[in-house]
Design a protein around this ligand. Sequence first.
Ligand SMILES: [Zn+2]
Length: 97
Amino acid sequence: MKRIKYIALHVKKYLTGFLHLVYPKICLHCGNTDITKFHVLCPYCYAQLPFTDFFEIENNNIDKIFWGRMPLGPSGAALFFTKNSIVQLLLFELKYK
Ligand SMILES: [Zn+2]
């Protein structure tokens, strides 16, 4: 039984390596291969994301936009958007690819 697990682990390792050749999992921003299975950015690029922390601030700027226009519960934006930033790249990838 141990031998089967050993062989299965190696087969999985080789298949993963082959899949990486065809469909490389690289950071969308810098091309680094140090990313985990479900992430699209490497830890370095993720650390550079401009988080707003609006969800922790009551009556934040996003809430104020909707005051008097429509009833809305707590709201916020996760990231600040600026042109030519990682956030713009992520939105482009999400929207068009
Ligand atoms: Zn990166």
